[in-house]
Design a protein around this ligand. Structure first.
Ligand SMILES: NC(=O)c1ccc[n+]([C@@H]2O[C@H](COP(=O)([O-])OP(=O)(O)OC[C@H]3O[C@@H](n4cnc5c(N)ncnc54)[C@H](O)[C@@H]3O)[C@@H](O)[C@H]2O)c1
Length: 522
């Protein structure tokens, strides 16, 4: 973000003021000791309990397996209240200038910076990822808000000169109340990536986090409110598919932005289509990583680890099909296995931990069953793929596994065809560029892809042919907020981040201005 970010940071110094401590939602922050008792819904400027009494869902702490809090799913009354609050905030927010919106968003970014550790800790407690990664997620959310704050005042139309002095101009206008629905792997970051462009364009938002990770989106809601956003600008409603579908069907909702699996994405599109509402869909992947024999091996190995093991492998863009050119296969595999085995697994709140717990028990079981299936289909487990029990007694009920590298994989195996969404890398060998391109593209998904080579011509030739929304040359899983992110094929529709996302959260109005007389045909 370079100069722009320094410029924004300079401005925030002027805006900085001391911030009150957040409400006491937790007793203390170490694994196994956090209890969350405050309501996790937030609309019209306040935390709220659901009107739906009686039904509560357990939310677990992945590091220990204990219950962290109870979720009250929102029903129709709650959704109506949240959408009404968002509608009323929209009336005010959409009339503000981009500069005015920018100031509030920058203030929110500042508060995030000052509460970075607290937000990151809550993310760890609720999601199970390491504190090191959680801090980077919070930073990414903040940077996204800063980036779109910077763009808020640049939204503009076009002037078109027409015959006889007449002219037309276009106005870029917000859509209205936008709905965001998030997945559980990057809870705070997803809420930030969706709200930042939406708010910058003058929309308001009702956001539904995953019921598995309800804790941190509401912190973002508090932060926007504390930064000076009008009540109802960014609201959080908790719940599962019933709550999500109430949001998608609501007649006052103008757009749905969804991050999650392909099957749910299809349902969202179907529901939105009934109201002819635009959708952004950020869906699953089964991305290829191509490692040619002329690669810098050290960087290729590092890239493969980054492509597979961030967030316990629960990353949509992961390059889980690692195609290695045959001549360097054994050398590459030896090094990857050695480093995978040395990944520190354990308490995600410890600084030394590099891999925490998977998000839930059923998910851990699903990932382990993929490893079993791979064995049955003829893959060899080169390392990992087993449940892991840390020595610390308080972590014994946590959802840990050893990161896994599968060798002798073939294109027909389930582990190579399906998204596992866990720390499981499948290694495949190839001979020629043409062959590997065909195999890499032979999937219905197309979120990301990567290539490691020292040959600059090959690198660009290969990415030109890869059918994926985000391609990496000599790196992997880098997501600067300044560049668009999104999928080809069944991996999604639309983009998040970058300038283009402004188009997904706004609409063009054309205004024709007659400077002469009406030339009527009648
Ligand atoms: N492309 C991306 O940017 C991206 C990022 C993160 C995760 N993902 C994908 O997300 C998936 C994992 O996340 P998940 O298990 O939370 O996905 P999911 O599809 O099960 O759930 C995602 C969200 O949709 C909600 N939902 C479920 N059914 C719904 C319905 N019928 N109507 C409305 N809302 C509904 C859930 O409550 C949750 O909030 C993986 O496939 C992963 O690749 C994609």
């Amino acid at each position: 973000m370079g100069d722009t970010r320094s410029m924004l940071r300079g401005l925030t110094v002027v805006l900085r003021r001391p911030h009150a401590a957040p409400p006491a939602a937790v007793r203390c922050v170490s694994s196994g000791t956090v209890d969350i008792t405050v309501p996790l819904n937030f609309w019209a400027g306040k935390r709220r309990t659901s009107h739906e009494k009686g039904h509560k869902e357990n939310v677990y702490e992945p590091a220990t397996g204990r219950v962290l809090c109870h979720l009250e799913p929102c029903g129709a009354v709650d959704i109506n209240q949240a959408v009404n609050a968002a509608k009323s905030a929209f009336g005010h927010w959409s009339k503000m200038s981009g500069m005015e919106r920018m100031k509030i968003m920058i203030e929110a970014a500042h508060i995030i910076e000052s509460r970075r550790e607290e937000i990151a800790e809550m993310e760890v407690v609720n999601n199970g990822k390491s504190i090191t990664e959680a801090r980077l997620d919070v930073d990414s959310g903040r940077l996204c808000i800063e980036y779109y704050a910077g763009l808020a005042s640049t939204l503009a139309g076009q002037h078109v000169q027409l015959p006889g002095g007449s002219f037309a101009y276009t106005r870029r206008e917000p859509l209205g109340v936008c709905v965001g629905i998030g997945a559980w792997n990057y809870p705070f970051q997803i809420a930030s990536w969706k709200s930042a462009p939406a708010l910058a364009c003058g929309n308001s938002m009702v956001f539904k986090p995953s019921p598995v990770t309800p804790v941190t989106a509401v912190l973002l809601a508090e932060i926007y409110a504390q930064a000076g956003a009008p009540d109802g600008l960014f609201n959080v409603v908790q719940g599962s598919q019933e709550t999500g579908s109430l949001l998608c069907h609501h007649p006052d909702v103008a757009k749905v932005s969804f991050t999650g699996s392909v099957p749910t994405g299809k349902k969202i599109m179907e529901m939105a289509s009934r109201g002819v509402k635009p959708v952004t869909l950020e869906l699953g992947g089964k991305s290829p990583l191509l490692i040619f024999q002329d690669s810098d091996l050290e960087n290729a190995v590092r890239g493969a680890l980054m492509a597979n093991f961030l967030s316990q492998g629960q990353v949509c863009s992961n390059g889980t099909r690692v195609f290695v050119q045959r001549d360097i296969l054994s050398e590459f595999v030896e090094e990857v296995v050695k480093r995978t085995q040395s990944i520190e697994i354990g308490d995600p709140l410890l600084e030394t931990t590099r891999m925490g717990a998977l998000v839930s028990k059923p998910h851990l079981e699903k990932v382990l069953s993929f490893v079993e299936q791979a064995k049955k289909e003829g893959a060899s487990v080169l390392c990992g793929g087993e449940p892991f029990v840390p020595s610390d007694p308080k972590l014994k009920g946590g959802y840990y596994m050893t990161p896994c590298v599968l060798g002798d994989c073939t294109d027909e195996m389930t582990c190579v065809k399906e998204e596992i969404f866990g720390p499981v890398m499948s290694v495949l060998s190839f001979e020629t560029e043409e062959e590997v391109l065909h195999r890499a593209n032979n999937t219905t998904l197309g979120l990301a892809a990567g290539v490691f080579t020292r040959d600059v011509r090959r690198a660009h030739r290969v990415v030109e042919h890869l059918k994926a929304g985000s391609c990496f040359i000599n790196n992997y899983n880098i997501t600067p907020v300044e560049v668009p992110f999104g999928g080809f094929k069944m991996s999604g529709i639309g983009r998040e981040n970058g300038q283009v996302t402004i188009e997904h959260y706004s609409q063009l109005k054309t205004v024709f201005v007659e400077m002469g007389d009406v030339d009527s045909l009648f």
